[in-house]
Design a binder for this molecule. Structure first.
Ligand SMILES: [Zn+2]
Ligand SMILES: [Zn+2]
Length: 325
């Protein structure tokens, strides 16, 4: 599984960080999903090998502008690129009225259908996606949600040693067994697939959070997750100065939660524009990083725009080449 950061700033963009947006897909797949779509996301998409034609679904965490003002541009550009396939748009119910109002008032002709999925109501299965989707309600000034992506349709491995020992002839029959189909051999013997499939690894799971001041709401979802991407808008000191009103998390709060729940990989994002990228005289991203490191001993990453990370089959989470492909 891969994630690509399209925007990592909160509220407003900076010269180096756009507002929220993220791409997630199976490693090297063409089809991809987007989580949040801040203004200017389509410019970031152009810098990566992502196309609006191959965009399967968009997941909006909440209605705040830094997470959804990019939708008009992305939807219109997809139409101009000749998209005809339907697009699934997950989000709180106000996303639908926002998008429909925009389409009507700007007389936008899409040429493809948008299927809205209101995540404030229980959602049904997600058959079109490469992932199982879990929606977790968070705590913010407006309804806000996290989306957990768990891989599905993984190819199971065959126990080749046992197949050879039992003299099951190789060829198409092995392929059928691998797909879980029982087969009948030429001698009339019935062979059960379950006897020759190896126990599969735990499916990979990545949680992408929306704005949230209570990471503990992700406790259940985090139990079998490999990666948590969560906002850390401020350091604890700044959060205390501002007060709880904006309902964001500090680096300390997310790091403590991740340590307690033994998460292997924590990615922080959605940084207040007050934090400069490089340490000068004022506050910088280093302050967020240093604070998180104090409380979290796992693999800590601070997201940057256009960074791409891969979650390998063995659970290793690594940064892919910096090439702007
Ligand atoms: Zn935000
Ligand atoms: Zn917000």
């Amino acid at each position: 599984m891969e994630i690509i950061f399209l925007g990592t700033s909160s509220g407003t963009p900076t010269k180096t960080r756009n507002v929220s947006g993220l791409a997630i897909r199976k490693s090297n797949a063409k089809a991809w999903c987007m989580v949040d779509c801040g203004e200017g996301s389509q410019h970031r998409i152009l810098e990566k090998n992502l196309t609006l034609k191959n965009l399967q679904s968009i997941f909006i965490t909440h209605i705040h502008g830094d997470h959804c003002y990019g939708l008009p541009g992305v939807l219109a550009s997809a139409a101009m690129a000749g998209r005809t396939e339907p697009l699934w748009l997950y989000g709180p119910k106000k996303i639908q009225s926002f998008v429909e109002g925009m389409i009507e008032s700007t007389e936008l002709w899409l040429g493809y259908d948008i299927y809205f999925v209101d995540v404030e109501a229980p959602i049904e299965s997600t058959p079109i996606l490469d992932f199982e989707i879990e929606v977790i309600e968070l705590s913010h000034r407006v309804p806000s949600f996290a989306y957990a992506f768990t891989e599905k349709n993984r190819v199971q491995k065959l126990n080749v040693k046992k197949l050879k020992e039992d003299q099951i002839p190789s060829g198409p029959s092995w392929g059928q067994l691998q797909k879980g189909m029982d087969i009948t051999l030429e001698n009339g013997c019935l062979v059960h697939a379950k006897d020759y499939l190896l126990a599969s690894d735990e499916p990979r799971k990545i949680i992408i959070g929306g704005d949230n001041d209570r990471p503990d709401l992700l406790t259940d979802a985090a139990r079998n997750a490999h990666v948590l991407v969560h906002e850390a808008t401020y350091t604890q000191e700044v959060l205390e100065k501002i007060g709880e009103g904006p309902q964001h998390s500090s680096a300390k709060r997310v790091a403590e939660f991740s340590e307690k729940n033994q998460l292997a990989n924590l990615v922080l994002t959605h940084f207040s524009p007050r934090y400069a990228d490089k340490k000068c005289s004022g506050q910088s991203i280093d302050d967020i990083e240093n604070e998180a490191k104090e409380y979290f001993s796992g693999n800590l990453i601070l997201a940057n725009d256009l960074d791409c990370y891969e979650l390998k089959k063995d659970g290793l989470f690594i940064r892919k080449s910096d090439l702007r492909d």
